[in-house]
Ligand binder design. Structure first.
Ligand code: HEM
Ligand SMILES: *[C@@H]1O[C@H](CO)[C@@H](O)[C@H](O)[C@H]1NC(C)=O
Ligand SMILES: *[C@@H]1O[C@H](CO)[C@@H](O)[C@H](O)[C@H]1NC(C)=O
Ligand SMILES: *[C@@H]1O[C@H](CO)[C@@H](O)[C@H](O)[C@H]1NC(C)=O
Length: 355
């Protein structure tokens, strides 16, 4: 048999076969908007390991920290973009986000971010932004709790100021109408699916034993420490919107549990689970609870009042895999909101203050 040299035609044909899919679908990209999946590969190769180690250490001591770190990243991104401003302490120049009413005595995990930053300043000084640390810590936290993993594009830079008013204007409140909450997400380039999918974070809660400081599957409610303070949902319990009655959207037996747990109007900071069926890991139980009218916050149960959102809730309640997949995608979108890149902002040396 005569060996025929590979012809240009063959090369062209093969190229077409191999590269057609990427021409049609776009090259598998190393970038996400302005961000770059390999941003620190050479600048700080230890980065993923340092974040993972610190989050794991914190989680071993207090498994609720996983929920808290996820929420911190959300609060960073939804208010003036993912630029680390939620971490800034108040200064003479500004009253910041950290102590704004929805965050004060509620947002947690600052020490974990600080300890990651301190380690990184030894390995790769003035290189990794606090905004990127928040995004990576949230990803590790969800992973530790048995949730999905997603690739985090990097290269965010840190903002130079923070504003309490921005929190009041931009962060969704648990007692505002669903349309307003949706509008806040939409104004950040997120959509109604992201609202439903990311709200699934509220399932993120554990039985947490105050003595052993360990998470276990619980059988007794008395062992539970949940993650919403009574006052954040108390108006549902007794005199909802001055009707003299509880919120009719509450499952009656769940209502009496809550009334017992948050007596006397419930305006306390006592913690209740964000969903009513106990789980020990990140899964789709949130949606099952909404289907059962046992979502804790008004803003959670309100998803059922919009037909498109209710359809998604129903879908995720039956499809945990779809929830995991979509959660990862929505987290990537959230992490891209209002990022600073290039020469904008700075790389903070300490996450609590600008340089
Ligand atoms: C849709 C609008 C949202 C509202 C109104 C809302 C409101 C709240 C409230 C009132 C709490 C309890 C705070 C406390 O008791 O101190 C809470 C906890 C939490 N939220 Fe949200 N949230 C929303 C969306 C989100 C999103 C999008 C995420 C994540 C991507 C998230 C993650 C969490 C987590 C993980 C907790 C528990 C935190 C902990 O235990 O430290 N939330 N949220
Ligand atoms: C362990 O967790 C508790 C909160 O549950 C916290 O107060 C304490 O500082 C943590 N200890 C360490 C060493 O992280
Ligand atoms: C909801 O948004 C509308 C339009 O921006 C505003 O007028 C209204 O005060 C908001 N409601 C609440 C309870 O925040
Ligand atoms: C619905 O909620 C009630 C009240 O908390 C609870 O007893 C019941 O087991 C729940 N049902 C499902 C299917 O989760």
């Amino acid at each position: 048999m005569v060996h025929k040299p590979v012809s240009y035609f063959t090369i062209a044909l093969f190229s077409l076969i191999f590269f057609l899919p990427s021409l049609l679908h776009g090259q598998p990209s190393l970038f996400y908007g302005q961000l770059d999946y390999r941003f620190y590969d050479r600048l700080c190769p230890n980065l993923p390991m340092v974040v993972r180690y610190n989050v794991w250490q914190a989680y071993k001591n207090d498994s609720r920290i996983a929920a808290s770190l996820l929420r911190l990243h959300f609060h960073d991104c939804i208010v003036d973009g993912c630029e680390g401003s939620v971490l800034l302490d108040d200064t003479l120049d500004f009253k910041g986000e950290k102590n704004a009413p929805p965050n004060r005595n509620s947002a947690r995990g600052f020490e974990v971010i600080d300890s990651i930053k301190a380690d990184l300043e030894r390995f790769c000084p003035s290189t990794v932004s606090c905004a990127d640390i928040l995004a990576l810590a949230a990803r590790e936290a969800v992973g530790l709790a048995g949730g999905p993993y997603w690739a985090v594009p990097l290269g965010r830079r840190d903002g130079l100021a923070a504003s309490e008013q921005a929190v009041l204007d931009q962060l969704p409140s648990p007692i505002e109408p669903l349309e307003n909450i949706t509008a806040k997400f939409v104004s950040k380039g997120l959509d109604i699916k992201d609202v439903v999918v990311l709200s699934g974070s509220h399932e993120y809660r554990y039985s947490w034993d105050a003595t052993t400081r360990k998470t276990t599957v619980i059988t007794r409610r008395s062992h539970t420490v949940g993650f919403a303070q009574c006052f954040t949902f108390s108006r549902r319990l007794f005199n909802f919107k001055n009707s003299g009655n509880p919120d009719p959207a509450l499952n009656p037996s769940f209502l009496s549990d809550l009334q017992n747990a948050c007596p006397g109007g419930g305006s306390t900071s006592k913690l209740m689970p964000l969903d009513s069926v106990t789980t020990y890991k990140f899964d789709n139980v949130y949606y099952k609870n909404l289907m059962n009218n046992t979502g804790l916050l008004e803003s959670d149960q309100a998803l059922m009042t919009d037909s498109r959102m209710a359809a998604l809730v129903n879908f995720y309640s039956m499809n945990p895999m779809a929830f995991s997949y979509d959660f990862a995608a929505s987290m990537a979108k959230l992490g891209n909101v209002g990022v600073l890149t290039g020469q904008a902002g700075e790389i903070r040396r300490r996450c609590g203050s600008v340089n």
